[in-house]
Design a protein around this ligand. Structure first.
Ligand code: URA
Length: 284
């Protein structure tokens, strides 16, 4: 006889909450809320919970998928913690060689490994998401955040947040090629949005896109008969990369608001909105 599949822990926790008569929707899961708020990094959450160090409404909770409700009192090692939504954004000057998605045991590693090695103590408790992707051989501006809503905002084509790339091309950039790049190209069944394309005095092609399909710059460059020798992202929105390769810095709230056009969550009124886990890359 076929065995009944075991109910996953997260589902059991959700069912328990609703059968306890909880009419209101959970605001978050405990583990996710702790990492979002910078209390404990995702890789250390289980240890903290299993060590019986976390209490919710005065009761020890050991299950990371336990729902949290708005206003729940959470204590870690006997101290109350503030789990209200915050937005932290970091800018990293990605060197060539690091990968954004997946692991890279044979190679130079991932951007998350580079991030962890550079995080100051006060940022080590967060779970991080990369905001969009850069290829292994692409250098330049990569953002990290603890806020999945910001990932959605910055990567959605609806937002029209510009990404500025500099391409060292193989071949000759002509006015006709620039015009084709600007007007929209049909690639693999989709048409690119109108873009800005120009030739820099140093011979590099400057492309400004408001969308980010997989390998989009390389595909666009290829579609007009050029090759990509090197690719660098110089700016996102009105934020221009201003740190040396391999370095990381935290953006101020003002930079997030005025250069990336996103109001940090801790500066808004209570929004209480539940957001879905990000589909982007994030720390394990
Ligand atoms: N487009 C690409 O082709 N690669 C990148 O890394 C970013 C945009």
């Amino acid at each position: 006889m076929a065995r009944r599949p075991k109910t996953p822990k997260w589902l059991a926790a959700r069912k328990a909450a609703s059968s306890a008569g909880a009419a209101k929707a959970p605001a978050d899961w405990l583990a996710r809320a702790l990492s979002r708020a910078g209390v404990v990094a995702p890789r250390s959450v289980a240890e903290l919970l299993e060590g019986r160090h976390v209490r919710v409404q005065g009761k020890v909770v050991t299950e990371g998928f336990s729902p949290l409700f708005a206003g729940d009192r959470v204590e870690v090692k006997g101290r109350p913690v503030d789990l209200s939504p915050t937005t932290v954004v970091l800018v990293f000057h990605k060197p060539k060689g690091l990968v954004v998605a997946g692991d890279d045991r044979e190679g130079p590693g991932t951007v998350f490994e580079a991030l962890e090695a550079r995080l100051p103590p006060e940022l080590q408790g967060y779970g991080w998401h990369a905001v969009g992707r850069l290829d292994r051989d692409t250098t330049g501006l990569l953002l990290f955040t603890n806020d999945e809503q910001f990932v959605g905002f910055a990567t959605s084509p609806e937002t029209h947040l510009a990404k500025r790339y500099l391409v060292t091309v193989g071949g000759t950039v002509t006015p006709e090629k620039l015009e084709r790049l600007q007007g929209g190209l049909t690639l693999d069944g989709y048409t690119t949005r109108p873009a800005k394309a120009s030739l820099r005095p140093d011979g590099r092609l400057e492309l400004v896109l408001t969308e980010g399909k997989y390998h989009q710059v390389k595909h666009m460059v290829n579609a007009v008969g050029l090759g990509t020798v090197a690719l660098h992202r110089e700016a996102v929105g009105d934020l221009v990369l201003d740190i040396p390769e391999g370095e990381l810095r935290r953006l101020t709230d003002e930079e997030v608001a005025t250069r990336l056009h996103y109001v940090p969550r801790h500066l808004r009124g209570a929004d209480g909105a539940e957001d879905e886990p990000s589909s982007g890359s994030s720390t394990p």
